[in-house]
Unconditional design. Structure first.
Length: 94
């Protein structure tokens, strides 16, 4: 039986990727605890606090290995520069 390399890679990533075990909302911070003992903490950048956005940012940072890497992946995949604050400048593709 031949194993599809893409299927094997997905299985390996799914096996190695830490899974969230708890989400904590503390004031304007979102803290996610993972089953490997690590945690990710996010806070809004002057925006109104949204617990769901905090969760999404924390999970994205964990998946890509940090917020800077997530910003770089966004820029590479979208062709649009990451901006702080996001409304400051919109490129042609945004």
């Amino acid at each position: 039986m031949k194993l599809d390399p893409n299927a094997f890679a997905k299985m390996l990533i799914d096996f190695l990727r830490p899974m969230p075990t708890k989400i904590i909302h503390n004031n304007e911070h979102t803290i996610i605890l993972f089953d490997d003992g690590s945690k990710t903490v996010t806070k809004p950048n002057g925006d109104k606090y949204d617990p769901y956005i905090g969760f999404c940012v924390a999970m994205t940072a964990k998946y890509f290995g940090g917020k800077k890497a997530a910003h770089q992946a966004y820029e590479q995949l979208s062709g649009c520069e990451f901006h702080k604050p996001p409304n400051e400048h919109l490129c042609e593709t945004c």
